[in-house]
Design a protein around this ligand. Sequence first.
Ligand code: NAD
Length: 496
Amino acid sequence: MQVSKGQSQDQIRVSPVANGETLLIDGQWTASHSSDSFSSINPATGDDLGQVSAGDATDVDAAVLSARTAFDERRWLSMPYPERAKILNSIADRIEAEMDELVVNEVRENGMPVPIAQRTIGGGVQAFRYYAGWLGKIHGQTGEIAAGDAFHAFTLKEPMGVAALIVPWNGPFMLACHKVAPALAAGCTAILKPAEDTSLNTLHLARIALEAGVPAGVLNVVTGLGSIAGQALAEHPDVDKISFTGSTAVGRRLVQASAGNLKRLSLELGGKSPVIVLDDADLEMAIPGVLRGIMINSGQACVAGSRLYAHSKIYDKLVQALSDAASKMVIGNGLDEGVQMGPVISQKQFDRIIGYIESGVSEGAELATGGERHGDTGFFIKPTILSRVPTSARVVREEIFGPVLSAMPFDDLDWAIREANNTRYGLAGAVYTTSLEKAHTVARAVKAGTFWINTPSLTDFWMPFGGYKESGWGREGGAMGVDAYMETKSVIARLY
Ligand code: NAD
């Protein structure tokens, strides 16, 4: 795709949204009642991309009232399901038709290179097509009950009601689609809360949904700070469901904040995914796989394979090859042709990641490559590999969410599996081996919601996605993904 960089001086324009009027309530774009706003910053250049309205508890009240009214009036559910499916498919078509602009915006707001933005926005298209296909396929069961045939017994699947959808900045448009599509397919009304660093491009999704025929009030947007707008959603007594993707620390806060009315919670949280490379692995496959698994999106991927356990027979060769390949990666503005790695999202993340690298070295790791800023503008960090890291080091224990791989050698596979599981996270994992037996043994043994054999980071919409342990509650994707927005009611009727 050819991208015009001339546009990069401009703000992200979401017609008909006026600058700073980024709340969508009952079909109307508006500013927060306080008129407070903040800037969205291009992490590659520092450019100001536009003003984001700082919604607060009063704005959240208005958005929840809008979603509640739309739900109670059955504005969405009263439409026959083929019509709702048509609208979800139309959202997919419209995103596809506007792909080029959405991709450029996503790169400017998040920093990811164009090919990644194309894949992630494409993932948004697929989400709407996939969940549109669920309409007409959501139904309960019927069956005999022990009380006898004087009774007719069946279950009803019903939407939970008002769903708050809180998303992070690392795949902003796609992750919003991953929540809006199943929430609407289930029949819920929703309030979308984008991440403060990446709110603007996501507004296009709400605009497109309105244009495609989603009735006013069915999809609302509250932009603003997580600690204020997000927290108000989590505490709100009239929100029935929260679907959250973000850090484990905030996930834990949501559990507490939502206790008041015992909201249903789906939590897609952090990760510290292990990658085990055995001595029989095909290194031609493992080297690009391990590198891609950690460096994609500058390491800002929840499933990033950030802990490498490599057999000592191939350890030095593998780490050397990974370091050579990492140091050759093309780093730069994601809009530039051939760029493989963009910046990290913000100064805050930049400082945090550099701090982790320094802590790894001070705790005894060898710096194999990277470890420093790239260039002198924007938030670029060179792809970094820390070698022979003590297993107790913070860089092994904590999620860094940056382009940093911690590598450790092993001789005993059982030790590697124990260390792979020696974490509070359980989102994903991978193994590289040519042994079918070992591949499946490791896949069974690693406690993670998704596991890859000889490949990095593949997912599909029908496959449940989510975490074991502190990586989350519940699953997105497939039947479980729709069910996460539904209640099941048992009905028993006396016939005679
Ligand atoms: P974050 O937890 O800081 O923020 C995520 C969202 O929550 C943002 O919209 C933020 O505004 C909001 N928020 C913050 N404080 C809140 C509060 N008190 N109440 C309600 N909402 C609040 O996460 P982040 O830094 O934006 O994203 C990075 C994290 O997301 C990483 O830990 C990463 O692993 C995780 N993540 C997980 C998945 C997954 O599917 N498991 C996918 C992508 C990212």
